[in-house]
Ligand binder design. Structure first.
Ligand code: ZN
Length: 415
């Protein structure tokens, strides 16, 4: 047996291979996974969900490039404080370009690109964007230790008076997302600076930012631990910790208060007094890296994703070849309704064998002679329940409603 036999049953690397969700290839490189269609479907749903809740919470999305000039990171402080984690610069036409290790500098520049008024604040800028970390090859694996990261990032530019409310709202957004996705926080951590030269020096700034974060946690009644040495180099943060299937802890979500980068980039807005003022930057990631979030979802649900996340939501099972046209028509109707559906033909095995093959698919539609004649289907749920024979139009509409509302339960009895 390979070393994979020591992985727990729910290890996302094992499930990722078994369920054709993602993989890696030595020719692409370690820590650079690619997503297969089934995994890409899950990831797409997660990303769309995040964009939707962010839009509703008043965020506006931008796109920015994954490269920037070395000078950009010298200004932000990444070059001085974070260079070990960055890929070496690329020389091009007398300039040095680097793969970005975070999105903050780009967003600070976007904020600075226009004259800003206090009326625009809090300005919530969000992006699901790529970033890169030069992790050592020895620690790479699956989706949790990668060199290429898609970050669910946002930066809120606001006044000092607005910080607490923005942190509170971001914390609420994280808790709501965990509820919908079925993720459980193992603990909350207030990450403060430790010894050593990695942190920018400004004791008053650290104290004030730390008090803002602990104040919001206290007020929300959230138990947390203060840990030294885990802060970002530019400011303290709230880390929301999760456990993987093997019980290892990792940070999924963060909220950070930053007085440093607004200074470095000389960010300003015009206040009600007509004078120029310095905004504060709140960095926050609701699900952190999309890779780590999906790894967590794979392990938590052991491949049996909630219907809205399932790579295939409905499988059509014609009992014999005579019902294949009716089953194919059902798949067409599902696709037209925005569902992910597939046909599993009689040549793939007995009905029982095909139901076992599709055991992770939330909705299994069996079509025999009677169902085909009546434009109906006999519905089975992944959990073994059988809602019975339903007209095709009704079944599709009800499944679509479950999925559109991102409900965790598979089926709602008619009210
Ligand atoms: Zn940031």
């Amino acid at each position: 047996m390979s070393d994979q036999s020591s992985q727990p049953a729910a290890d996302h690397r094992r499930l990722g291979r078994e369920l054709d969700l993602f993989d890696t290839d030595p020719l692409i490189g370690a820590g650079l996974p690619y997503w297969l269609p089934a995994g890409a479907a899950v990831r797409h749903e997660v990303e769309e969900y995040i964009r939707e809740v962010e839009r509703r919470a008043g965020y506006r999305h931008v796109y920015s490039p994954v490269l920037g000039k070395r000078e950009l990171y010298e200004i932000s402080g990444h070059w001085a404080h974070y260079r070990e984690d960055m890929f070496p610069p690329m020389e091009l036409g007398g300039e040095q370009l680097v793969l970005r290790p975070s999105l903050c500098p780009h967003h600070a520049v976007i904020f600075r690109s226009r004259a800003r008024s206090y009326r625009e604040l809090p300005l919530r800028m969000a992006e699901l964007g790529g970033m890169y970390r030069s992790e050592r090859s020895g620690v790479l694996g699956g989706l949790t230790r990668v060199r290429s990261i898609q970050l669910n990032d946002a930066h809120i530019f606001c006044t000092l008076d607005q910080v607490a409310q923005e942190v509170r709202a971001a914390l609420e957004l994280i808790r709501e997302a965990y509820r919908v996705l079925g993720i459980e926080a193992s603990r909350y951590r207030l990450s403060l600076p430790g010894e050593g030269g990695k942190y920018v020096a400004d004791p008053a700034m650290w104290r004030r930012a730390g008090e803002l974060l602990s104040g919001v946690l206290d007020e929300a009644g959230i138990a947390y631990e203060s840990v030294e040495g885990e802060a970002a180099f530019y400011g303290p943060k709230i880390d929301v910790q999760i456990l993987d299937a093997a019980g290892r802890e990792a940070t999924l979500s963060t909220i950070q208060v930053d007085f440093h980068q607004p200074e470095r980039f000389d960010l300003r807005y015009i206040g009600p007094d007509g004078a120029r003022h310095r905004p504060v930057m709140v960095h926050r990631a609701v699900i952190g890296s999309v890779e780590r979030a999906v790894a967590q979802l794979i392990e938590r649900h052991e491949g049996a994703f909630p219907a809205w996340l399932a790579p295939v939501q409905l499988v059509a099972l014609p009992v014999t070849d005579a019902q294949v046209p009716a089953a194919a028509a059902l798949v067409e109707k599902c696709l037209a309704a925005g569902l992910r559906a597939e046909l599993l033909l009689p040549e793939e095995g007995s009905l029982g064998a095909r139901i076992r093959t599709a055991r992770l698919v939330p909705y299994q539609a069996v079509i025999g002679a009677r169902e085909a004649a009546e434009e109906a289907l006999a519905l089975r749920l992944r959990d073994g329940r059988r809602p019975g024979v339903l007209p095709v139009a009704e079944a599709v509409a009800r499944i679509r409603a479950q999925v559109a509302d991102r409900r965790s339960e598979l089926w709602a009895e008619e009210s």
